[in-house]
Design a protein around this ligand. Sequence first.
Ligand code: SAM
Length: 285
Amino acid sequence: MTSEVQQNEGTLFIVPTPIGNLEDITLRSLRILKEVDLIAAEDTRHTKRLLNHFDIDTPLMSYYREKEVKRSEEILRRLQDGQDIALVSDAGTPGISDPGAIVVKLLHENGLTVVPLPGPSALTTALSSSGMTSSGFLFLGFLPSKKGQRRKLLTSLSTSEYPIVLYESPHRIDSLLGDALKIFGERQCFWARELTKNFEDLQHGTLSSLLAKSQEGRNRGEFVVIIWPGVQEEVQGQTVEELILWYRDNSDLSLKDVSRRLASDLGISRSQIYQQALALWKKED
Ligand code: SAM
């Protein structure tokens, strides 16, 4: 029994684990992992390496997506028998685009105690580094891997007024950014790659500039991607000059992005618009 909750039935502790840097595990997480009777892990071999690093020899059971329902029932029984259990995933916070929600729901339904520990998550780590100033965001985890479903979902999000936050793997980042560009048009975007690791990489840009970067083909590591909402107001202006001035005064787009957008909307050369926009931007300074 852990020193945290004293009762006849056991407690399920939700324990976040590092998303790269092992120093990010909390003291409380380490203590709970040592004190519980059992650790339910998404991949026991993966978690064993973490436990070995911290000299923890608590027994493990596997709790993975395909067996979530069955293993949840087993966890319920063990808790009812008085065992304390920690739930971990491979990295980050269980239940956030990871197995966990099914057992937690079952335990709430059966009146058992669930204790969540705060700790690493790619979501919060990326958000804190993004400079996002809006008060809300839309987190969707992974988009569907099937192209049709992914595009359908992106289309339904095109009028969202909130930044969209997504998880993505290295081999699908090109398709995600490519589809988003096709469906949303140019937008501001951010990626946080390899968070907390040696090659941590934070990049702001437009969808097209980050797509170009990802197509360079050095996309090792996992990504969190944030796509900002499009300009909501209706663009006002008849002449190119009026349009440039409208974007300058009413959007957060850079001079380069305004030129790119107008060039594509009006079907004229980007460098021509860029020169004109540069002159107008300068006049303002
Ligand atoms: N539950 C985890 C959490 O709270 O962070 C997320 C698990 S989900 C299966 C894995 C995804 O999280 C990766 O594909 C990537 O999108 C994101 N992720 C995990 N570790 C990351 C890291 N070090 N840097 C950037 N993204 C990461």
